[in-house]
Design a protein around this ligand. Structure first.
Ligand SMILES: [Zn+2]
Ligand SMILES: [Zn+2]
Length: 413
């Protein structure tokens, strides 16, 4: 039977990027996330119709990237946590800068980013808010990165929108738990792919760093400024190495310290930050080159300080690049892992350093998603944020009715 709930993805249903979803309940219309795909050139979701309220799950650009444009078009109220608002703002500013440097046009300016700051309505996990008519919304931590939320809408039906989620405790954030619902809107980034045991992987990562240092090399760790670089700092915090920290991750770390309730342990992060050397000048960048470990952005090596380190270390066989996230096709880190080459601002060069990949993902793996969905016990599951949803459809088709909407397609639930 039709529930009178209507839904449409403006982007991000069959891709990891550009997330935006419209949900109509009774006479209300909501927007969930409004992201972009920060490629070269960036891509964007479809424009939204007027909405009553926008829910922002977290500060990754594929979820928050186009919020400044949204706010430049009309007034918006954006429900999110304080750390998400603050970090989103930093990344959006950076996006304008990168677009200018790379010569791509994006449809908003740094003034729009600044203006959008006033549109955020800060909320916290564990709290609720009336939405009008019969519905209210509860906020749950998504376990993905600090400040990430899942939104539970409660009325005639119960709906859960997960955004990006993780179920295991990482060093930086605690994992999330299933929420009983009738309709589950769930991400599927890792559909069909499992993670290696986290503890085992951390051990291998630390052993490799020891090996690189012992043979006289430097371990370069490209890591996303948001959440990944802090996770790596925490993993390294008791290893006793001479660690240097460069890029926007430093600023974001300090910001996270202001919001302790979103962290697994604020004291652990404080301690870890005290142990590392911060790179804040060309002089300290030179000193970092003599250190043992360098954690730096960008995570996919498409820009940022990592390229200046690599330019100096590229022919050093004793050194190693330890990648800490999935390499999206078309990125520099993908090129490095597949071809042993890096693009240095338009010039392709061979890299002699050892290259390894460690899966520090902040997303639930395939089995974890299946388990999460089953324990939410929904009638319907709507899958999004995935390049291939088929493995999840196969795994969940006996649990609930599984929907895999395409971009722009309106459907009734
Ligand atoms: Zn994310
Ligand atoms: Zn995402």
């Amino acid at each position: 039977m039709n529930s009178g709930i209507r839904c449409q993805f403006l982007g991000g249903s069959d891709e990891v990027g550009n997330l935006a979803m419209i949900l109509e309940i009774e006479d209300m219309r909501f927007l969930f996330d409004y992201g972009m795909s920060p490629g070269k050139p960036p891509t964007f979701p479809l424009p939204p119709p007027p909405v009553d309220l926008t829910f922002l799950t977290h500060s990754h650009l594929d979820h928050c990237g186009m919020i400044p444009w949204l706010c430049s078009q009309s007034d918006h109220r954006i429900i999110t946590t304080q750390p998400t608002a603050m970090v989103s703002n930093l990344l959006q500013k950076d996006t304008v800068k990168i677009a200018q440097m790379d010569g791509y046009s994006i449809p908003f300016t740094s003034a729009d980013v600044k203006e959008a700051e006033h549109s955020y309505v800060p909320v916290e996990p564990g709290k609720r808010r009336d939405l009008g008519a019969n519905y209210s919304v509860n906020y749950h931590s998504a376990g993905h990165i600090p400040g990430a939320l899942m939104f539970e809408l409660v009325g005639d039906k119960k709906l859960l929108f997960t955004g990006d989620l993780n179920v295991i405790d990482t060093r930086l954030v605690r994992g999330t738990k299933p929420v009983q619902c009738d309709m589950l809107f769930m991400e599927g980034t890792y559909a069909g792919r499992e993670h290696e045991n986290r503890k085992q992987m951390e051990r291998e990562f630390l052993e490799k760093i020891d090996e690189v240092i012992n043979r006289g090399g430097t371990a370069i760790i490209p890591a996303f400024a948001v959440s990944r670089s802090q996770e790596i700092l925490l993993v390294l915090s008791n290893a006793g190495h001479d660690v240097w920290f460069d890029g926007m991750g430093r600023k974001i770390s300090k910001l996270y310290l202001k919001y302790p309730k979103y962290l697994h342990s604020v004291n652990d992060l404080k301690k870890a930050l005290k142990k590392v050397n911060m790179v804040h000048s060309e002089q300290s960048r030179k000193m970092a080159m003599k250190g043992e470990v360098i954690i730096t952005s960008s995570g996919m090596m498409d820009g940022g300080p990592v390229l200046s380190y690599m330019n100096k270390l590229k022919n050093d066989r004793k050194s190693a690049v330890l990648l800490t996230g999935y390499q999206i096709p078309g990125t520099n880190s993908r090129l490095l892992i597949e071809k042993g080459k890096l693009n240095f601002y338009g010039v392709l060069e061979k890299v002699d350093c050892e290259v390894q990949y460690y899966d520090f993902s902040a997303h639930a793996g395939h089995s974890e998603l299946v388990e999460f969905a089953k324990r939410c016990n929904p009638e319907k599951i709507i899958l999004f944020h995935s390049n291939d949803r088929t493995p999840l459809v196969e795994a969940l088709k006996d649990t609930a009715e599984v929907l895999t909407p395409m971009k722009g397609e309106q459907f009734d639930l």
